[in-house]
Design a protein around this ligand. Structure first.
Ligand code: F6R
Length: 596
Protein backbone atom coordinates (compact mmCIF):
# COMPACT_ATOMS: atom_id res chain seq x y z
CA UNK A 1 0.00 0.00 0.00
CA UNK A 2 1.42 3.36 -1.07
CA UNK A 3 -0.01 6.85 -1.44
CA UNK A 4 -0.09 8.73 -4.73
CA UNK A 5 -1.08 12.31 -5.55
CA UNK A 6 -1.21 14.43 -8.69
CA UNK A 7 -1.91 18.08 -9.48
CA UNK A 8 -2.68 20.07 -12.64
CA UNK A 9 -3.57 23.72 -12.11
CA UNK A 10 -2.43 27.33 -11.94
CA UNK A 11 -0.66 27.29 -8.56
CA UNK A 12 2.83 26.01 -7.79
CA UNK A 13 2.51 22.21 -7.70
CA UNK A 14 5.39 21.39 -5.35
CA UNK A 15 3.95 22.63 -2.00
CA UNK A 16 0.47 21.35 -2.85
CA UNK A 17 1.78 17.88 -3.71
CA UNK A 18 3.91 17.56 -0.58
CA UNK A 19 1.18 18.83 1.71
CA UNK A 20 -1.35 16.42 0.15
CA UNK A 21 1.13 13.57 0.34
CA UNK A 22 1.52 14.02 4.09
CA UNK A 23 -2.19 13.31 4.43
CA UNK A 24 -1.50 9.87 2.97
CA UNK A 25 1.46 8.99 5.15
CA UNK A 26 -0.71 6.44 6.98
CA UNK A 27 -0.58 4.44 3.73
CA UNK A 28 3.20 4.03 3.93
CA UNK A 29 6.25 6.06 4.81
CA UNK A 30 9.47 4.28 3.98
CA UNK A 31 10.44 6.64 1.15
CA UNK A 32 8.88 9.47 -0.84
CA UNK A 33 9.35 11.39 -4.05
CA UNK A 34 7.99 14.12 -6.29
CA UNK A 35 8.20 14.95 -10.01
CA UNK A 36 7.38 18.39 -11.39
CA UNK A 37 6.97 19.38 -15.04
CA UNK A 38 8.73 22.68 -15.70
CA UNK A 39 11.49 22.94 -18.21
CA UNK A 40 11.67 19.17 -18.53
CA UNK A 41 10.82 16.93 -15.60
CA UNK A 42 12.56 17.26 -12.23
CA UNK A 43 12.42 14.18 -10.02
CA UNK A 44 13.44 14.36 -6.36
CA UNK A 45 13.20 11.46 -3.95
CA UNK A 46 14.60 10.16 -0.70
CA UNK A 47 14.43 7.29 1.76
CA UNK A 48 12.42 7.92 4.93
CA UNK A 49 9.48 10.11 5.87
CA UNK A 50 8.11 12.89 3.68
CA UNK A 51 9.62 15.39 6.13
CA UNK A 52 13.03 14.03 5.16
CA UNK A 53 12.28 14.61 1.49
CA UNK A 54 11.29 18.18 2.34
CA UNK A 55 14.69 18.73 3.92
CA UNK A 56 16.64 17.53 0.90
CA UNK A 57 14.37 18.57 -2.00
CA UNK A 58 14.02 21.96 -3.67
CA UNK A 59 10.69 23.61 -4.40
CA UNK A 60 11.18 23.57 -8.16
CA UNK A 61 8.75 25.75 -10.13
CA UNK A 62 5.95 24.20 -12.19
CA UNK A 63 2.18 23.89 -12.07
CA UNK A 64 1.81 20.18 -12.81
CA UNK A 65 3.28 17.16 -11.05
CA UNK A 66 2.95 13.89 -9.18
CA UNK A 67 4.21 12.62 -5.81
CA UNK A 68 4.40 9.32 -3.93
CA UNK A 69 4.84 7.92 -0.44
CA UNK A 70 5.98 4.31 -0.45
CA UNK A 71 5.24 1.14 1.46
CA UNK A 72 7.74 -1.23 -0.09
CA UNK A 73 6.70 -4.53 -1.65
CA UNK A 74 9.36 -5.13 -4.33
CA UNK A 75 12.84 -3.96 -3.41
CA UNK A 76 13.72 -2.60 0.03
CA UNK A 77 13.19 1.04 1.02
CA UNK A 78 15.95 3.11 -0.63
CA UNK A 79 16.38 6.26 -2.67
CA UNK A 80 16.70 4.21 -5.88
CA UNK A 81 13.53 2.23 -5.20
CA UNK A 82 11.52 5.32 -4.20
CA UNK A 83 9.02 6.64 -6.76
CA UNK A 84 8.69 8.44 -9.19
CA UNK A 85 10.49 6.17 -11.63
CA UNK A 86 11.66 7.55 -14.94
CA UNK A 87 12.16 6.02 -18.37
CA UNK A 88 15.53 5.87 -20.15
CA UNK A 89 15.10 9.35 -21.63
CA UNK A 90 14.09 11.05 -18.38
CA UNK A 91 11.08 12.53 -20.24
CA UNK A 92 8.57 10.30 -18.48
CA UNK A 93 7.96 9.92 -14.73
CA UNK A 94 5.57 7.46 -13.13
CA UNK A 95 4.22 6.61 -9.69
CA UNK A 96 2.39 3.44 -8.73
CA UNK A 97 0.47 1.90 -5.87
CA UNK A 98 -0.04 -1.87 -6.12
CA UNK A 99 1.80 -4.89 -7.46
CA UNK A 100 2.66 -5.72 -11.07
CA UNK A 101 2.26 -9.46 -11.15
CA UNK A 102 4.09 -10.09 -14.44
CA UNK A 103 6.94 -7.65 -13.77
CA UNK A 104 9.68 -10.24 -14.24
CA UNK A 105 8.93 -11.32 -17.84
CA UNK A 106 8.26 -7.68 -18.77
CA UNK A 107 11.56 -6.59 -17.21
CA UNK A 108 13.45 -9.37 -19.01
CA UNK A 109 11.91 -8.40 -22.33
CA UNK A 110 12.52 -4.66 -21.91
CA UNK A 111 16.10 -5.25 -20.81
CA UNK A 112 16.57 -7.37 -23.93
CA UNK A 113 15.34 -4.39 -25.96
CA UNK A 114 18.04 -2.24 -24.35
CA UNK A 115 16.16 -0.48 -21.53
CA UNK A 116 18.32 0.32 -18.54
CA UNK A 117 16.79 -0.23 -15.10
CA UNK A 118 17.83 1.79 -12.07
CA UNK A 119 15.77 0.13 -9.31
CA UNK A 120 14.62 -3.27 -8.08
CA UNK A 121 10.94 -2.32 -8.16
CA UNK A 122 8.13 -3.86 -10.16
CA UNK A 123 6.98 -0.28 -10.89
CA UNK A 124 9.94 0.75 -13.04
CA UNK A 125 8.84 -1.86 -15.58
CA UNK A 126 5.74 0.24 -16.31
CA UNK A 127 7.82 3.37 -16.97
CA UNK A 128 9.95 1.57 -19.57
CA UNK A 129 7.00 -0.25 -21.09
CA UNK A 130 5.14 3.04 -21.65
CA UNK A 131 8.36 4.55 -23.04
CA UNK A 132 8.60 1.71 -25.57
CA UNK A 133 5.03 2.40 -26.72
CA UNK A 134 5.27 6.23 -26.76
CA UNK A 135 4.96 7.94 -30.13
CA UNK A 136 3.81 11.40 -29.09
CA UNK A 137 0.59 10.28 -27.36
CA UNK A 138 0.96 9.56 -23.64
CA UNK A 139 -2.65 8.52 -23.13
CA UNK A 140 -2.44 6.04 -26.04
CA UNK A 141 0.87 4.61 -24.78
CA UNK A 142 -0.54 4.13 -21.26
CA UNK A 143 -3.63 2.46 -22.71
CA UNK A 144 -1.53 0.04 -24.75
CA UNK A 145 0.75 -0.71 -21.80
CA UNK A 146 -2.19 -1.55 -19.57
CA UNK A 147 -3.19 -4.30 -21.96
CA UNK A 148 0.11 -5.99 -21.10
CA UNK A 149 0.30 -5.33 -17.35
CA UNK A 150 -1.27 -7.82 -14.96
CA UNK A 151 -1.81 -7.08 -11.28
CA UNK A 152 -3.24 -4.42 -9.06
CA UNK A 153 -2.36 -0.80 -9.64
CA UNK A 154 -3.12 2.86 -9.53
CA UNK A 155 -0.68 4.67 -11.82
CA UNK A 156 -0.06 8.33 -12.52
CA UNK A 157 2.26 9.30 -15.37
CA UNK A 158 3.61 12.59 -16.72
CA UNK A 159 5.68 13.38 -19.81
CA UNK A 160 7.76 16.48 -20.52
CA UNK A 161 6.53 16.58 -24.12
CA UNK A 162 2.89 16.80 -22.93
CA UNK A 163 3.30 19.17 -19.99
CA UNK A 164 -0.40 19.90 -19.56
CA UNK A 165 -1.67 16.51 -18.38
CA UNK A 166 -1.38 13.72 -15.83
CA UNK A 167 -2.51 10.35 -17.17
CA UNK A 168 -3.68 7.90 -14.51
CA UNK A 169 -5.26 4.46 -14.42
CA UNK A 170 -6.73 2.10 -11.89
CA UNK A 171 -7.17 -1.62 -11.36
CA UNK A 172 -7.84 -2.94 -7.83
CA UNK A 173 -6.05 -0.02 -6.11
CA UNK A 174 -7.86 3.12 -5.03
CA UNK A 175 -7.82 6.35 -7.06
CA UNK A 176 -9.92 9.51 -6.66
CA UNK A 177 -10.05 12.75 -8.63
CA UNK A 178 -10.64 16.04 -6.79
CA UNK A 179 -12.33 18.77 -8.83
CA UNK A 180 -11.31 22.40 -8.30
CA UNK A 181 -11.69 25.63 -10.26
CA UNK A 182 -8.92 25.94 -12.83
CA UNK A 183 -7.14 23.09 -11.06
CA UNK A 184 -7.68 19.38 -10.53
CA UNK A 185 -6.22 16.85 -8.16
CA UNK A 186 -5.58 13.14 -8.05
CA UNK A 187 -5.02 10.94 -5.01
CA UNK A 188 -5.16 7.42 -3.59
CA UNK A 189 -7.53 8.60 -0.92
CA UNK A 190 -9.81 11.45 0.10
CA UNK A 191 -7.68 12.96 2.93
CA UNK A 192 -5.17 14.22 0.36
CA UNK A 193 -7.89 16.24 -1.37
CA UNK A 194 -9.98 17.69 1.42
CA UNK A 195 -7.97 20.85 1.97
CA UNK A 196 -8.62 21.88 -1.64
CA UNK A 197 -11.99 20.46 -2.59
CA UNK A 198 -14.79 18.21 -1.44
CA UNK A 199 -16.06 17.47 -4.98
CA UNK A 200 -14.68 14.13 -6.11
CA UNK A 201 -14.93 11.55 -8.85
CA UNK A 202 -14.15 7.96 -7.89
CA UNK A 203 -12.12 6.20 -10.58
CA UNK A 204 -13.19 2.56 -11.12
CA UNK A 205 -11.24 -0.55 -12.12
CA UNK A 206 -10.35 -0.58 -15.80
CA UNK A 207 -10.51 3.19 -16.24
CA UNK A 208 -7.99 5.78 -17.48
CA UNK A 209 -8.13 9.42 -16.39
CA UNK A 210 -6.58 12.36 -18.17
CA UNK A 211 -6.24 15.20 -15.70
CA UNK A 212 -5.68 18.73 -16.97
CA UNK A 213 -5.90 22.18 -15.42
CA UNK A 214 -9.48 22.70 -16.65
CA UNK A 215 -10.62 19.24 -17.71
CA UNK A 216 -10.92 15.70 -16.41
CA UNK A 217 -11.65 12.96 -18.89
CA UNK A 218 -12.35 9.32 -17.98
CA UNK A 219 -12.29 6.49 -20.53
CA UNK A 220 -12.18 2.71 -20.47
CA UNK A 221 -9.16 0.75 -21.72
CA UNK A 222 -10.59 0.81 -25.26
CA UNK A 223 -10.86 4.59 -25.20
CA UNK A 224 -14.66 4.77 -24.79
CA UNK A 225 -15.62 7.92 -22.79
CA UNK A 226 -17.22 7.37 -19.39
CA UNK A 227 -19.55 9.96 -17.87
CA UNK A 228 -19.51 10.24 -14.08
CA UNK A 229 -21.28 12.59 -11.70
CA UNK A 230 -19.09 14.16 -8.99
CA UNK A 231 -19.88 13.39 -5.37
CA UNK A 232 -19.69 15.80 -2.46
CA UNK A 233 -17.70 14.56 0.57
CA UNK A 234 -18.93 15.61 4.00
CA UNK A 235 -16.25 13.87 6.10
CA UNK A 236 -13.86 15.67 8.40
CA UNK A 237 -10.17 15.11 7.77
CA UNK A 238 -9.93 12.62 10.63
CA UNK A 239 -12.93 10.66 9.30
CA UNK A 240 -11.32 10.61 5.89
CA UNK A 241 -8.03 9.14 7.13
CA UNK A 242 -10.03 6.26 8.53
CA UNK A 243 -11.84 5.91 5.20
CA UNK A 244 -15.07 6.93 6.90
CA UNK A 245 -14.75 4.14 9.49
CA UNK A 246 -14.91 5.04 13.16
CA UNK A 247 -11.63 3.29 13.93
CA UNK A 248 -8.57 2.10 12.02
CA UNK A 249 -9.21 -1.40 13.36
CA UNK A 250 -12.60 -1.58 11.64
CA UNK A 251 -11.17 -0.12 8.44
CA UNK A 252 -8.41 -2.70 8.53
CA UNK A 253 -10.85 -5.57 9.09
CA UNK A 254 -12.72 -4.37 6.01
CA UNK A 255 -9.45 -4.36 4.05
CA UNK A 256 -9.01 -8.10 4.63
CA UNK A 257 -10.31 -9.33 1.25
CA UNK A 258 -7.73 -7.05 -0.41
CA UNK A 259 -4.97 -8.11 2.01
CA UNK A 260 -5.51 -11.78 1.16
CA UNK A 261 -5.83 -11.07 -2.54
CA UNK A 262 -2.60 -9.06 -2.60
CA UNK A 263 -0.71 -11.63 -0.54
CA UNK A 264 -1.64 -14.35 -3.03
CA UNK A 265 -0.99 -12.23 -6.13
CA UNK A 266 1.56 -13.80 -8.45
CA UNK A 267 2.77 -16.12 -5.69
CA UNK A 268 1.56 -19.45 -6.93
CA UNK A 269 4.81 -20.10 -8.77
CA UNK A 270 7.10 -17.52 -7.20
CA UNK A 271 10.50 -18.29 -8.70
CA UNK A 272 12.68 -16.99 -5.87
CA UNK A 273 11.28 -19.52 -3.43
CA UNK A 274 11.99 -22.47 -5.67
CA UNK A 275 14.34 -25.11 -4.26
CA UNK A 276 14.82 -23.35 -0.90
CA UNK A 277 12.41 -25.79 0.69
CA UNK A 278 13.53 -28.89 -1.14
CA UNK A 279 15.99 -30.28 1.40
CA UNK A 280 18.17 -29.64 4.44
CA UNK A 281 15.58 -30.24 7.15
CA UNK A 282 13.30 -32.97 8.43
CA UNK A 283 10.65 -30.95 10.21
CA UNK A 284 9.34 -27.39 10.51
CA UNK A 285 9.20 -25.12 13.55
CA UNK A 286 6.97 -22.05 13.43
CA UNK A 287 8.03 -19.33 15.84
CA UNK A 288 6.21 -16.08 16.72
CA UNK A 289 4.54 -13.96 19.41
CA UNK A 290 0.95 -12.96 20.16
CA UNK A 291 -1.41 -12.99 17.22
CA UNK A 292 1.39 -14.10 14.92
CA UNK A 293 1.86 -17.11 17.23
CA UNK A 294 -1.80 -17.99 16.72
CA UNK A 295 -1.16 -17.92 12.97
CA UNK A 296 1.77 -20.25 13.66
CA UNK A 297 -0.54 -22.65 15.51
CA UNK A 298 -2.88 -22.72 12.52
CA UNK A 299 0.19 -23.17 10.31
CA UNK A 300 1.12 -26.33 12.19
CA UNK A 301 -2.11 -28.06 11.12
CA UNK A 302 -1.90 -26.61 7.62
CA UNK A 303 1.70 -27.74 6.99
CA UNK A 304 1.08 -31.18 8.41
CA UNK A 305 -2.04 -31.66 6.33
CA UNK A 306 -0.90 -30.15 3.04
CA UNK A 307 2.86 -30.76 3.04
CA UNK A 308 2.81 -33.87 5.28
CA UNK A 309 5.77 -32.65 7.29
CA UNK A 310 6.07 -32.84 11.10
CA UNK A 311 5.58 -29.30 12.40
CA UNK A 312 5.65 -27.62 15.78
CA UNK A 313 4.73 -24.09 16.82
CA UNK A 314 6.58 -22.31 19.59
CA UNK A 315 6.44 -18.92 21.26
CA UNK A 316 9.50 -16.91 20.27
CA UNK A 317 10.12 -15.95 23.90
CA UNK A 318 10.33 -19.66 24.79
CA UNK A 319 12.17 -20.95 21.74
CA UNK A 320 15.18 -18.85 22.53
CA UNK A 321 15.73 -20.62 25.81
CA UNK A 322 15.00 -24.17 24.66
CA UNK A 323 17.75 -26.72 24.06
CA UNK A 324 18.84 -27.13 20.47
CA UNK A 325 17.53 -30.50 19.22
CA UNK A 326 19.90 -32.80 17.34
CA UNK A 327 17.99 -32.37 14.09
CA UNK A 328 17.75 -28.95 12.49
CA UNK A 329 14.22 -27.95 11.54
CA UNK A 330 13.29 -25.33 9.01
CA UNK A 331 12.45 -22.38 11.25
CA UNK A 332 9.66 -20.13 9.97
CA UNK A 333 9.33 -16.87 11.88
CA UNK A 334 6.11 -14.90 11.65
CA UNK A 335 5.87 -11.23 12.51
CA UNK A 336 3.71 -8.39 11.29
CA UNK A 337 6.24 -5.71 12.20
CA UNK A 338 9.38 -7.76 11.66
CA UNK A 339 10.77 -5.92 14.68
CA UNK A 340 9.47 -7.95 17.65
CA UNK A 341 12.49 -8.43 19.90
CA UNK A 342 11.70 -12.02 20.89
CA UNK A 343 11.05 -13.11 17.30
CA UNK A 344 14.25 -11.44 16.14
CA UNK A 345 16.14 -13.13 18.97
CA UNK A 346 14.65 -16.48 17.94
CA UNK A 347 15.72 -15.88 14.34
CA UNK A 348 19.29 -15.17 15.43
CA UNK A 349 19.27 -18.26 17.61
CA UNK A 350 17.94 -20.42 14.76
CA UNK A 351 20.64 -19.04 12.44
CA UNK A 352 23.23 -19.77 15.12
CA UNK A 353 21.97 -23.33 15.39
CA UNK A 354 22.51 -23.76 11.66
CA UNK A 355 18.81 -23.98 10.76
CA UNK A 356 17.32 -22.72 7.54
CA UNK A 357 15.34 -19.60 8.50
CA UNK A 358 12.39 -18.16 6.66
CA UNK A 359 10.42 -15.07 7.66
CA UNK A 360 6.81 -14.17 6.99
CA UNK A 361 6.66 -10.42 7.63
CA UNK A 362 4.51 -7.48 6.65
CA UNK A 363 7.23 -4.85 6.58
CA UNK A 364 9.84 -5.09 3.87
CA UNK A 365 13.29 -4.10 5.00
CA UNK A 366 12.36 -4.86 8.62
CA UNK A 367 15.07 -6.37 10.82
CA UNK A 368 13.51 -9.83 10.61
CA UNK A 369 13.35 -9.78 6.83
CA UNK A 370 17.04 -8.88 6.79
CA UNK A 371 18.13 -11.53 9.29
CA UNK A 372 16.15 -14.51 8.03
CA UNK A 373 17.65 -16.27 5.04
CA UNK A 374 14.48 -15.79 2.98
CA UNK A 375 11.33 -13.75 3.43
CA UNK A 376 7.82 -13.82 2.13
CA UNK A 377 5.95 -10.55 2.53
CA UNK A 378 2.36 -10.47 3.56
CA UNK A 379 1.08 -7.60 1.49
CA UNK A 380 -1.54 -6.35 3.90
CA UNK A 381 -0.36 -2.75 3.76
CA UNK A 382 0.33 -0.65 6.79
CA UNK A 383 -1.64 -1.64 9.92
CA UNK A 384 -2.28 1.21 12.33
CA UNK A 385 -4.71 -0.31 14.85
CA UNK A 386 -2.66 -1.90 17.62
CA UNK A 387 -4.72 -5.10 17.41
CA UNK A 388 -3.50 -7.17 14.48
CA UNK A 389 -6.37 -8.05 12.12
CA UNK A 390 -5.69 -7.87 8.39
CA UNK A 391 -2.09 -8.91 8.90
CA UNK A 392 -3.28 -12.08 10.68
CA UNK A 393 -5.41 -13.25 7.75
CA UNK A 394 -2.57 -12.31 5.39
CA UNK A 395 -0.22 -14.49 7.49
CA UNK A 396 -2.68 -17.37 7.14
CA UNK A 397 -2.78 -16.83 3.36
CA UNK A 398 1.05 -16.89 3.30
CA UNK A 399 1.10 -20.12 5.34
CA UNK A 400 -1.30 -21.84 2.93
CA UNK A 401 0.90 -20.76 0.02
CA UNK A 402 4.00 -21.96 1.79
CA UNK A 403 2.48 -25.33 2.68
CA UNK A 404 1.56 -25.86 -0.98
CA UNK A 405 5.07 -24.82 -2.06
CA UNK A 406 6.78 -27.10 0.48
CA UNK A 407 4.46 -29.98 -0.44
CA UNK A 408 5.27 -29.56 -4.13
CA UNK A 409 9.01 -29.22 -3.62
CA UNK A 410 9.20 -32.24 -1.37
CA UNK A 411 6.82 -34.13 -3.65
CA UNK A 412 4.42 -34.87 -0.82
CA UNK A 413 1.70 -33.02 -2.71
CA UNK A 414 0.57 -33.69 -6.28
CA UNK A 415 0.17 -30.93 -8.86
CA UNK A 416 -3.54 -31.60 -9.27
CA UNK A 417 -4.15 -31.36 -5.54
CA UNK A 418 -2.04 -28.19 -5.38
CA UNK A 419 -4.13 -26.64 -8.14
CA UNK A 420 -7.30 -27.48 -6.26
CA UNK A 421 -5.91 -25.91 -3.06
CA UNK A 422 -4.86 -22.81 -4.99
CA UNK A 423 -8.39 -22.49 -6.30
CA UNK A 424 -9.76 -22.76 -2.75
CA UNK A 425 -7.31 -20.07 -1.68
CA UNK A 426 -8.39 -17.70 -4.41
CA UNK A 427 -11.97 -17.97 -3.21
CA UNK A 428 -11.10 -16.83 0.33
CA UNK A 429 -11.48 -13.04 -0.22
CA UNK A 430 -15.10 -13.66 -1.26
CA UNK A 431 -15.78 -15.74 1.86
CA UNK A 432 -14.31 -12.95 4.00
CA UNK A 433 -16.48 -10.37 2.25
CA UNK A 434 -19.55 -12.46 3.07
CA UNK A 435 -18.64 -12.27 6.79
CA UNK A 436 -18.03 -8.52 6.55
CA UNK A 437 -21.51 -8.14 5.09
CA UNK A 438 -22.83 -9.40 8.42
CA UNK A 439 -21.18 -6.63 10.44
CA UNK A 440 -24.52 -4.99 11.39
CA UNK A 441 -25.80 -8.32 12.77
CA UNK A 442 -22.59 -8.89 14.75
CA UNK A 443 -22.82 -5.34 16.08
CA UNK A 444 -26.30 -6.15 17.39
CA UNK A 445 -25.04 -9.33 19.08
CA UNK A 446 -22.20 -7.45 20.75
CA UNK A 447 -24.72 -5.36 22.70
CA UNK A 448 -25.87 -8.57 24.37
CA UNK A 449 -22.39 -9.75 25.37
CA UNK A 450 -20.72 -6.45 26.22
CA UNK A 451 -21.67 -6.63 29.92
CA UNK A 452 -19.91 -9.94 30.52
CA UNK A 453 -16.95 -9.95 32.90
CA UNK A 454 -15.51 -13.24 31.65
CA UNK A 455 -15.93 -14.92 28.27
CA UNK A 456 -14.68 -18.39 27.30
CA UNK A 457 -13.79 -19.35 23.75
CA UNK A 458 -13.73 -23.00 22.77
CA UNK A 459 -12.74 -24.89 19.64
CA UNK A 460 -11.08 -28.08 18.50
CA UNK A 461 -8.35 -28.76 15.96
CA UNK A 462 -8.08 -25.64 13.72
CA UNK A 463 -10.84 -24.06 15.78
CA UNK A 464 -8.62 -24.03 18.87
CA UNK A 465 -5.96 -21.52 17.75
CA UNK A 466 -8.75 -19.42 16.29
CA UNK A 467 -10.52 -19.52 19.66
CA UNK A 468 -7.23 -18.31 21.17
CA UNK A 469 -7.08 -15.46 18.68
CA UNK A 470 -10.75 -14.56 19.33
CA UNK A 471 -10.04 -14.42 23.08
CA UNK A 472 -6.90 -12.33 22.57
CA UNK A 473 -8.74 -9.82 20.39
CA UNK A 474 -11.53 -9.49 22.94
CA UNK A 475 -9.28 -9.08 25.97
CA UNK A 476 -6.82 -6.65 24.41
CA UNK A 477 -9.32 -4.14 23.06
CA UNK A 478 -12.38 -4.51 25.33
CA UNK A 479 -10.58 -5.44 28.59
CA UNK A 480 -13.09 -8.26 29.11
CA UNK A 481 -11.36 -11.25 30.66
CA UNK A 482 -11.34 -13.88 27.90
CA UNK A 483 -9.78 -17.35 27.86
CA UNK A 484 -9.60 -19.96 25.15
CA UNK A 485 -9.70 -23.67 25.76
CA UNK A 486 -9.40 -26.69 23.55
CA UNK A 487 -13.03 -27.78 23.93
CA UNK A 488 -11.99 -31.28 25.02
CA UNK A 489 -10.13 -29.80 28.00
CA UNK A 490 -13.17 -28.11 29.54
CA UNK A 491 -14.10 -31.02 31.74
CA UNK A 492 -10.52 -31.30 33.00
CA UNK A 493 -10.86 -28.10 35.01
CA UNK A 494 -12.23 -24.95 33.39
CA UNK A 495 -15.84 -26.23 33.50
CA UNK A 496 -15.78 -25.35 37.20
CA UNK A 497 -15.84 -21.68 36.18
CA UNK A 498 -18.72 -21.92 33.71
CA UNK A 499 -22.14 -20.60 34.75
CA UNK A 500 -24.95 -18.31 33.64
CA UNK A 501 -22.72 -15.22 33.80
CA UNK A 502 -19.91 -16.65 31.64
CA UNK A 503 -20.82 -16.58 27.95
CA UNK A 504 -19.08 -19.19 25.80
CA UNK A 505 -18.10 -18.52 22.20
CA UNK A 506 -17.88 -21.85 20.40
CA UNK A 507 -16.33 -22.48 17.00
CA UNK A 508 -18.45 -25.18 15.42
CA UNK A 509 -17.75 -25.27 11.70
CA UNK A 510 -18.41 -28.39 9.68
CA UNK A 511 -15.34 -30.60 10.08
CA UNK A 512 -14.42 -33.90 11.72
CA UNK A 513 -14.74 -32.35 15.21
CA UNK A 514 -18.29 -31.13 14.67
CA UNK A 515 -20.12 -33.78 16.72
CA UNK A 516 -17.67 -33.51 19.60
CA UNK A 517 -18.12 -29.74 19.62
CA UNK A 518 -21.88 -30.18 19.89
CA UNK A 519 -21.32 -32.38 22.98
CA UNK A 520 -19.10 -29.68 24.52
CA UNK A 521 -21.77 -27.07 23.85
CA UNK A 522 -24.31 -29.23 25.66
CA UNK A 523 -21.95 -29.42 28.64
CA UNK A 524 -21.72 -25.65 29.00
CA UNK A 525 -25.38 -25.17 28.18
CA UNK A 526 -26.25 -27.54 31.04
CA UNK A 527 -24.39 -25.16 33.39
CA UNK A 528 -26.52 -22.25 32.16
CA UNK A 529 -23.85 -20.53 30.04
CA UNK A 530 -25.15 -18.41 27.14
CA UNK A 531 -23.58 -19.79 23.96
CA UNK A 532 -22.63 -17.83 20.85
CA UNK A 533 -21.61 -20.22 18.08
CA UNK A 534 -19.65 -19.51 14.93
CA UNK A 535 -21.13 -22.04 12.52
CA UNK A 536 -21.26 -22.92 8.85
CA UNK A 537 -23.93 -21.39 6.64
CA UNK A 538 -26.88 -23.73 6.25
CA UNK A 539 -26.35 -25.51 9.57
CA UNK A 540 -29.90 -24.96 10.85
CA UNK A 541 -29.61 -27.53 13.67
CA UNK A 542 -26.88 -25.53 15.36
CA UNK A 543 -29.24 -22.60 15.80
CA UNK A 544 -31.59 -24.83 17.80
CA UNK A 545 -29.10 -25.67 20.54
CA UNK A 546 -27.28 -22.36 21.08
CA UNK A 547 -28.44 -18.84 21.95
CA UNK A 548 -26.95 -17.09 18.92
CA UNK A 549 -25.04 -18.05 15.80
CA UNK A 550 -22.84 -16.12 13.42
CA UNK A 551 -22.87 -18.10 10.20
CA UNK A 552 -19.80 -18.02 7.97
CA UNK A 553 -19.66 -19.32 4.37
CA UNK A 554 -18.84 -22.99 3.84
CA UNK A 555 -15.20 -23.32 2.78
CA UNK A 556 -13.03 -26.48 2.88
CA UNK A 557 -12.32 -27.18 6.60
CA UNK A 558 -8.62 -26.35 6.27
CA UNK A 559 -9.50 -22.79 5.25
CA UNK A 560 -12.26 -22.23 7.83
CA UNK A 561 -9.95 -20.27 10.22
CA UNK A 562 -10.06 -17.32 7.82
CA UNK A 563 -13.80 -16.53 7.72
CA UNK A 564 -14.21 -17.57 11.37
CA UNK A 565 -11.55 -15.20 12.66
CA UNK A 566 -13.12 -12.30 10.76
CA UNK A 567 -16.38 -12.90 12.64
CA UNK A 568 -14.45 -12.97 15.95
CA UNK A 569 -12.55 -9.77 15.12
CA UNK A 570 -15.83 -7.98 14.37
CA UNK A 571 -17.33 -9.35 17.57
CA UNK A 572 -14.40 -8.12 19.68
CA UNK A 573 -14.45 -4.76 17.92
CA UNK A 574 -18.13 -4.18 18.59
CA UNK A 575 -17.97 -5.33 22.21
CA UNK A 576 -15.10 -2.88 22.76
CA UNK A 577 -17.06 -0.13 21.03
CA UNK A 578 -20.13 -0.69 23.22
CA UNK A 579 -17.82 -0.54 26.24
CA UNK A 580 -16.37 2.76 25.02
CA UNK A 581 -12.75 1.53 24.87
CA UNK A 582 -9.81 3.17 23.08
CA UNK A 583 -9.94 0.57 20.32
CA UNK A 584 -7.01 1.65 18.16
CA UNK A 585 -4.71 2.25 21.13
CA UNK A 586 -5.53 -0.19 23.94
CA UNK A 587 -3.97 0.57 27.30
CA UNK A 588 -0.50 -0.81 28.05
CA UNK A 589 0.06 -2.08 24.49
CA UNK A 590 2.26 -1.00 21.60
CA UNK A 591 2.11 -1.88 17.93
CA UNK A 592 5.67 -3.06 17.81
CA UNK A 593 7.24 -4.75 20.84
CA UNK A 594 10.95 -4.12 20.56
CA UNK A 595 11.82 -5.12 24.13
CA UNK A 596 12.09 -8.68 25.45
C1 F6R B 1 -2.34 -8.61 19.08
C2 F6R B 1 -1.06 -8.22 18.54
C3 F6R B 1 0.17 -8.75 19.16
C4 F6R B 1 1.23 -9.04 18.08
C5 F6R B 1 2.57 -9.43 18.74
C6 F6R B 1 3.60 -9.81 17.71
O1 F6R B 1 -3.40 -8.07 18.36
O2 F6R B 1 -1.00 -7.46 17.62
O3 F6R B 1 -0.07 -9.87 19.92
O4 F6R B 1 0.77 -10.07 17.28
O5 F6R B 1 3.05 -8.36 19.50
O6 F6R B 1 3.84 -8.77 16.84
P1 F6R B 1 4.51 -9.01 15.43
O7 F6R B 1 3.56 -9.81 14.61
O8 F6R B 1 4.75 -7.63 14.88
O9 F6R B 1 5.78 -9.75 15.69
Amino acid sequence: MCGIVGYAGYRQAYPILLESLKRLEYRGYDSAGVAIVGSGITVQKDKGYISQLEETAEAVPGTLGIAHTRWATHGPPSKENAHPHIDCTGDLALIHNGIIENHQPLRDRLKGEGHVFRSETDTEVAAHLIESLYHGDLEGAVREALHEIRGSYAFAVIHSKEPDKVVAARNESPLVVGLGTDENFLASDIPALLKHTNRVLYVMDGEIVVLGRDSVRITDYEGKPIAREPQRITWTLEDAEKGGFEHFMLKEIFEEPQAIHDTLLGRVAEPELNSFFREGYTGVKLVACGTSYHAALVGKYVLEEIARIPTTAELASEYRYSKAPADRPLVILLSQSGETADTLGACREANRRGCKTFAIANVIGSSLSREAQRTMLTRAGIEIGVAATKTFVAQLAALYLLAIRIGLERATLGVEEANRLNEDLRRLPRAVQAVLNQAPYIEGLAQEYAKARDVFFIGRHLGYPIAMEGALKLKEISYVHAEAYAAGELKHGPLALVGSDTPVVAIVTRDHTYDKMLSNIREVDARGAPVLAIGTEGDKDLGKIVDNVIYVPAVPPLFAPVPVVVALQLFAYHVARVRGCAIDKPRNLAKSVTVE
